[in-house]
Design a protein around this ligand. Structure first.
Ligand SMILES: [Zn+2]
Length: 442
């Protein structure tokens, strides 16, 4: 067994009491957190093999990105509302996507997220066998939920059977770091039969379901007119809501829909930056939290964000509610941080394993260098969380542990060659866009 003592930092545990140790330490034993507490206490109790000096650093649990699509067209599909943007840019790019492109996207997006302190991701994309391999190679943690679609015109998306194959081959692999769920793109892409079959299969395999709720008010109304009930009520009717279901966005909800989410213990992936950029609206997050609905934070993809950065999502989640409700107390820093860590962990059913710095959990830790002008002054527990949420940046992330292994060390991505990843991705992106724009699609 190898013991590493991360010592002398400000440890923000996100435990039930929001405990912060100002001169704190974490003892990592192999892949687990063995102990957390004051540095002096842990130094006297343990004789670790290695000590990591965390002075001037803030230690937080690994961030969880509860909704992302790996992909390509960052900065190439701008200034459009969600449904125009999907039809004009996103779907045509999907048609042209090949397996080797998807792999390059996973390599780049997972490297970007690791460097931003994201240790666990709920990704919805295609050719996800490649994702399973990249997550394993890079030493990260992910829940994979493919973009299943079965309506006419979306034959290039994976089928329910493809998703079953992925579950059978990759669920609970890489020492438990890779999980596979069922993914359903959206009601406009999937039939009622697909939702019902996935509900049965998810129960049979004991895995979760990830899908999109409504972003656009116009689409929410169209679906209500079509089905005679609100979109979340349609999901309930089709049997997919459960404690193992994560619905992304949920911007436009009636009180009844919020009650349905609460009654079924279904989780929401709130994506504030994406909702702002696509002019979707403001999700009723304080109301969801008051009803006990688990809420985590998602970046959504690089095409709608344009950064895979959960620190930014914490800030935007807080600011969006404050300005929308004209209430400066809406979403305090502690709540934003909790959504980005424990909220995501609970949504994924992994709250016994990740989401906080507590003995017995997996050693997923992020050290941020707070010896920076924009993170000063240092008043310890008094201002560390507000500064983390409102002032920190991915470039402040110095070291990232996943299951006790360092995937980022001193700011460097350790699991792959960053320059080669970027070069390959750039090449694949250019060829993909050219193919998309020049080929005739049947
Ligand atoms: Zn999405």
């Amino acid at each position: 067994m190898t013991e590493v003592l991360v010592a002398g930092g400000t440890v923000v545990t996100v435990d039930d009491e929001n405990t912060i140790y100002e001169d704190g330490a974490v003892l990592v034993a192999d892949d687990e957190i063995r102990d957390v507490g004051p540095t002096a206490e842990l130094e006297s109790k343990y004789d670790a093999d290695e000590t990591v000096d965390a002075s001037g650093r803030v230690v937080i649990p690994g961030l969880i990105n509860l909704h992302v699509h790996s992909g390509f067209i960052r900065g190439l599909a701008e200034d459009l509302p969600v449904w125009e943007w999907l039809v004009e840019h996103v779907d045509p790019t999907h048609r042209a996507l090949r397996r080797e492109d998807a792999r390059a996207a996973y390599e780049l997006c997972y490297a970007e997220m690791a460097k931003a302190g994201i240790t666990c991701t709920l990704d919805m994309y295609r050719y996800m066998e490649e994702a399973a391999e990249v997550v394993d190679d890079y030493g990260l943690r992910a829940v994979l939920s493919p973009y299943v679609a079965d309506r006419d015109g979306f034959e290039y998306f994976p089928s329910v059977q493809d998703n079953v194959d992925l579950v059978e081959r990759h669920h609970d692999t890489a020492d438990g770091r890779v999980k596979v769920w069922f993914g359903l793109e959206h009601i406009e892409y999937c039939t009622e039969a697909a939702y019902r079959r996935v509900a049965d299969l998810a129960a049979e395999y004991g895995v979760g379901i990830h899908t999109h709720g409504e972003e656009s008010p116009k689409k929410a109304q169209e679906l209500t007119d079509k089905y005679g009930m609100r979109p979340i009520e349609v999901f309930e009717d089709w049997g997919i809501l459960s404690p193992k279901t994560v619905v992304a966005h949920c911007v436009w909800l009636t009180n009844r829909e919020i009650e349905v989410l609460a009654e079924t213990d279904t989780s929401v992936a709130h994506c504030p930056t994406s909702n702002e950029k696509l002019a979707s609206g403001v999700a009723p997050v304080p109301k969801l939290l008051n009803h006990g609905v688990p809420v985590g934070l998602g970046t959504d993809g690089i095409k709608e964000n344009n950064r895979l950065d959960v620190i930014q999502e914490m800030k935007n989640a807080a600011l969006l509610q404050k300005v929308h409700r004209l209430d400066a107390r809406a979403i305090p820093g502690e709540q934003a941080l909790r959504m980005a860590t424990m909220g995501g962990a609970r949504a994924l059913g992994l709250d016994d394993e990740i989401g906080s710095i507590e003995a017995g959990k997996q050693a997923d830790l992020v050290l941020l260098d707070f010896q920076q002008p924009h993170l000063s002054p240092h008043f310890g527990a008094e201002n560390v969380v507000p500064n983390l949420v409102h002032a920190a940046m991915p470039s402040d992330v110095e070291t990232v542990f996943v299951a006790g292994d360092r995937v980022v060390d001193d700011g460097d991505f350790r699991s792959g060659d960053q320059d080669a990843i970027i070069e390959n991705y750039d090449e694949k992106a250019k060829a993909l866009v050219e193919r998309r724009d020049n080929e005739e699609w049947a």
